[in-house]
Design a protein around this ligand. Structure first.
Ligand code: IMP
Length: 523
């Protein structure tokens, strides 16, 4: 008991009281600040792990946005290597999106349990065609008989255009020249087993796994094993599935038939092909998720893919969360109008300031046992901390669009370097395929439809790892201030205060001449 009564409890309020008292005013990140709490947590000890669904847990609660200037395979790989998740955009052909998923899933493995094989009747030219068609970034293939029995190994050094008319068997290492390990001899730690093998066998880069009948059942590559062993020292652990593959998400639009009904076959076939390549999460991504169309598409996917994590959105209400959860979504995207390139609030007069939207969504999500992620409007790590007091993760667009792993060329303007960043509701992006996300058909773009996003530039920002390290550092600091060793404690320890315009001014550097910008300070 302290000697004097404390006013803390009346000034710094938990979410239920704070948002209850401020209703119906819509508040966003800069309208609030978090109170410090007693802490015995060092920021470096804070655990940033989050469980988004039964099958998806991340080591970092950050997802990259499914926008065509943010997430293709390079960004998705970089995000998963940092412990987060990339959601591939869909402004590309279905075939291309499938290739992008494949690139992420085949990026770095430990033990590849279903290696891509070829049969002895193929030519080198066939293999080159396969690499091109599937977007494989490797060139070494085991050769097997029709029953899966190992015949040999086609080394990457012979997979060349000049040998295209030669048989694969002409260039292969025969069975007795290939290093193998029996599946039964792998032991408890498959990575350790491979690491030991490669240390003992100088210059060997591939180790194949066979069963008692000499059927191929796995493949190790030295570079993968070295990457994985190297990662053990990183403070951000990659997000991997149970086959040691990087996690990957992909957004889909809702294909329609002539009569406006959902083209279920097309949707199921495309998602099915991505799932076959190991896709971990599909996102039904639209500007308005509390709609019959998004609900029906979510139901179709849930029925067909019982174990696939489904994300759907966007909504800004408890009713929206409940609706999509009842349709089968595991994760709901929350945000309408907060995005840096978004003009929805100006064009349509619609949208809810993000912290109030997150609160409304979180009340229902908690009751229904659903996950929610905050999508849009995040400009600094402090916003992420605030969002995580109510959600299970955040989606970032603009914070990542300047990174070298984001799609697009670097443009130089007056000695400064930029990358293009555009809203998926901008006219150009809608013409490239995202019109359905805003409820329009491609042919209506520019005629019956108004753009809800702008085209912009982002200053080039280095690598994803550098950006994520800064963001993760900020989240850890926030957790340290709130005495939260994990994200669940961050939620329960959060106490909010309302910030006035004067308070906002005080929150950024002021009354000094700034000679070096903090990475995320507002100018
Ligand atoms: P940012 O992180 O503030 O740049 O916001 C990115 C988010 O804005 C995306 O994840 C989408 O939810 C949303 N968004 C993307 N394109 C548009 C658009 O053209 N209009 C409105 N919102 C958009």
């Amino acid at each position: 008991m302290t000697k004097y009564p404390s006013m803390d409890k009346e000034i710094f309020l938990p979410a239920e009281q704070f948002f209850e008292q401020t209703k119906p005013t819509g508040l966003t990140f800069d309208d609030i600040s978090l109170a410090t709490r007693y802490s015995d947590v060092l920021p470096s000890d804070a655990n940033l792990g989050t469980q988004l669904s039964e099958n998806i847990s991340l080591n970092l609660p950050i997802l990259s946005s499914d926008m065509d200037t943010v997430t293709e395979s390079e960004m998705a790989i970089a995000m998963a290597l940092c412990g987060g998740l990339g959601i591939l955009h869909y402004n590309m052909s279905k075939r291309q999106q499938l290739k992008e998923v494949t690139r992420v899933k085949y990026h770095v493995h430990g033990l590849i349990q279903d290696p891509i094989t070829i049969t002895a009747d193929k030519l080198i030219g066939d293999v080159l065609g396969l690499i091109d068609q599937k977007g494989f970034q490797f060139r070494t293939f085991p050769i097997v008989e029709d029953n899966g029995k190992l015949l040999g190994l086609l080394p990457g050094r012979v997979v060349k255009h000049r040998y295209r008319s030669r048989k694969v068997t002409d260039g292969m290492l025969a069975r007795n020249e290939v290093y193998t390990v029996k599946q039964t001899d792998i032991g408890e730690d498959p990575i350790q087993t491979a690491d030991r093998f490669f240390s003992e066998h100088m210059g060997i880069h591939k180790l194949l796994v066979v069963d008692d009948n000499d059927k191929l059942c796995g493949l190790y590559t030295l570079s993968d094993i070295e990457r994985i062993i190297g990662e053990a020292g990183n403070h951000l652990k990659p997000a991997r599935d149970h086959n040691f593959r990087l996690l990957c998400g992909a957004a889909v639009s809702i294909p329609r038939l002539e009569d406006g009904k959902i083209n279920q076959d097309e949707l199921i076939q495309h998602v099915g092909e991505m799932v076959q390549q190991g896709l971990n999460l599909v996102a039904v991504s639209t500007a308005h998720g509390h709609t019959q169309g998004v609900g029906d598409a979510t139901k179709v996917l849930r029925k067909e893919f019982a174990n696939l994590t489904i994300m759907a959105g966007n909504v800004t209400s408890g009713e929206g969360v409940e609706f999509l959860g009842d349709c089968g979504a595991d994760i709901i995207k929350v945000g309408q109008g907060p995005g840096s390139i978004c003009t929805t609030r100006i064009v349509a007069g619609v949208g809810i300031p993000q912290m109030s939207a997150l609160y409304a969504a979180s009340c229902k999500a908690k009751k229904k046992g659903l996950s929610i992620v905050a999508d849009g409007g995040i400009t600094k790590s402090g916003d992420i901390v605030k969002a995580l007091t109510l959600t299970d993760g955040v989606i970032c667009g603009s914070l990542l669009a300047g990174c070298k792993e984001a799609p697009g060329r670097i443009i130089e303007i007056e000695g400064k370097y930029y990358k293009q960043y555009r809203g998926m509701g901008s006219l150009e992006a809608m013409r490239d395929g995202s019109a359905a996300r805003y409820g329009h058909s491609a042919k209506d773009v520019g005629a019956k439809s108004a753009a809800e996003g702008i085209e912009a530039l982002k200053e080039v920002a280095g690598s994803v790892t550098e950006t994520i390290n800064l963001l993760a550092g900020g989240i850890r600091s926030g957790m340290g201030y709130l005495g939260a060793s994990n994200l669940s404690e961050l939620k329960s320890n959060a106490r909010y205060v309302r910030v006035t315009p004067a308070g906002q001014k005080e929150s950024s550097p002021h009354d000094v001449i700034e000679i070096k910008n903090s990475e995320f300070s507002r100018s």
